[in-house]
Design a binder for this molecule. Structure first.
Ligand code: NAP
Length: 461
């Protein structure tokens, strides 16, 4: 029997382990979900919405257990709490738009014809979730999928092994039928085999580019629709008219919160030469104030990375950049808790360029490179010089300038004077290697349902 383990970044110990399901047991569970789904979809929409919201409420009641559990599993400091503010905001928003969004589109309702498009649930939806925001990333699909009448199977990341189990427990305790929302502990091969056997009617994968490619390969030829929300290398651009203090605070928080492990975290910065020196000075002060340490300590503001292999990649990108001429501005001696393992001191790099991996590859860690630019055109070509496109954060007082520039940026979301936030009213999506997801908003509901057309001619004479 294969065991799936969660190794805690706090001390490298095994925090949790669960046996992986074999293909047969997983198939039985998915078949049960499929059998139960039709009844679930026949329930009134309002009843499904209220049950899902009750599940979210039940999850909130578990906060005292969730917060230290997250610290143990992926290293987020307990001072930042769970993820429930965002979870609640997204669930409430999707509940609020469900009735209008899922209502039939009526083309004609006359004595002669009824012509309408109805939104049907796909059936069984597979959610494959990452560890970095384990609840937030999962609810983006779980909540609207269930509301829309789908059954949901969740396979969570090994690093956050207990999250799927806990979500299901909360939702089932709130009254969602057990077959309708199930957590399965699956290894990669079994997951791929189930996908290839067309066991799912929709798959949402949030994770790495490599993982996304594997899922797409597994699904090849099955025509199963897939949402892929993959990596990023999100830029910030500080223009000459920006509010400097606000830009430093938001962009540095966007780069270092969660130890830089945010899909839409700020990974590279371009600052207009008139503000560059002041920006860099303030950024260094901001970052030097972090307290790196045990995430269970309420004083800790920067936890370990979720896994020491992730920290090794950030160290490699940083030292390669320094070897190529970059200058590291953060004095590592301020961060004595850096242990060359999962605990990694934050770093700001200047004198960087796009030949360096740290400015091209996803770092997904507490490091950011800052480049000086002298025009919007220069910033634009650097921002677009990337294999990724999730978000971009523009800093200016001129909304028209931001919109003009935004139109030419290859990205999923254009922010002005903010960063690192998912607005549930807007579509969460990306371009290039960031994939082709479309979560939350009316578009999220559309992606979790399929259109079905009714063309009813009432008079045959
Ligand atoms: P990951 O290694 O790709 O894993 C993500 C999830 O996919 C985990 O549940 C993982 O399971 C599973 N998985 C990976 N390869 C698989 C395969 N071949 N077959 C079946 N399941 C597979 O990514 P991660 O390290 O957890 O997450 C970090 C990445 O996610 C970053 O690149 C980040 O940018 C991206 N991300 C993107 C968004 C977005 O909205 N665009 C949001 C959050 C994160 P195991 O854990 O068991 O391997």
């Amino acid at each position: 029997m294969t065991m799936i383990q969660c190794i805690s970044p706090i001390d490298g110990s095994v925090y949790a382990e669960r046996p992986a399901l074999d293909g047969l047991a997983a198939t039985r569970a998915i078949d049960a979900a499929r059998a139960a789904q039709k009844d679930w979809a026949r329930r009134p929409l309002e009843e499904r919405i209220q049950l899902v919201l009750s599940g979210v409420k039940r999850l909130n009641e578990m906060t005292d257990e969730v917060v230290p559990e997250l610290a143990h599993m992926m290293g987020r400091p307990v001072r930042y709490g769970g993820e429930f503010r965002g979870v609640n905001e997204r669930a409430d928003y999707m509940a609020g738009i469900a009735a209008d969004t899922l209502a039939p589109i009526v083309a004609e309702a006359s004595e002669l014809f009824e012509r309408r498009i109805v939104r049907e649930p796909h059936g069984v939806v597979l959610v494959i979730a990452p560890w970095n925001y384990p609840y937030l990333t999962a609810v983006n699909t779980v909540v609207p999928a269930l509301m829309a009448g789908n059954a949901v199977v969740i396979k969570h990341a090994s690093q956050t092994l207990l999250v799927g189990e806990r979500m299901v427990r909360a939702f089932v305790e709130a009254g969602i039928p057990t077959d309708i929302f199930q957590n399965l502990f699956l290894d990669h091969d079994t997951t791929s085999a189930l996908i290839a056997a067309r066991k799912f009617n929709f798959i949402n994968f949030t994770g790495s580019v490599e993982g996304g490619r594997s899922i797409e390969r597994a699904a090849a030829g099955t025509f199963t629709p897939i949402g892929l929300e993959l990596g990023g290398k999100d830029p910030g651009y500080v223009m000459d008219d920006a509010d400097l203090d606000a830009a430093v605070d938001t962009l540095m928080d966007g780069a270092f919160f969660n130890s830089g492990q945010c899909c839409c975290g700020i990974e590279r910065l371009y600052v207009h030469d008139t503000l560059y020196d002041a920006f860099v000075e303030k950024a260094v002060d901001f970052v030097s104030a972090y307290k790196l340490g045990n995430p269970l300590d309420p004083e800790t503001t920067l936890g370990p990375m979720a896994n020491k292999r992730f920290a090794a990649e950030v160290r490699a990108q940083t030292s390669e950049a320094v070897a190529m001429g970059a200058k590291a501005l953060i004095d590592k001696s301020r961060f004595a808790t850096d242990d060359n393992g999962a605990y990694l001191a934050p770093q700001i790099l200047v004198d960087v360029n796009h030949q360096m991996r740290v400015m091209r590859d996803e770092s997904f860690g507490p490091v950011v490179g800052i480049m000086k630019v002298s025009s919007d055109q220069e910033a634009l070509s650097l921002m677009n010089d990337s294999e990724f496109g999730l978000t971009v954060s523009l800093w200016t007082k001129d909304a028209e300038r931001a919109a003009r520039l935004g139109a030419d940026i290859e990205t999923g979301t254009v922010f002005m004077n903010r960063a690192d936030y998912l607005d549930p009213a807007l579509c969460w999506t990306g371009v290039k290697n960031t994939g082709r997801g479309g979560a939350l908003s009316v578009i999220g509901f559309h992606n979790l349902t399929r259109p079905k057309s009714y063309h009813l001619k009432k008079v045959t004479a």
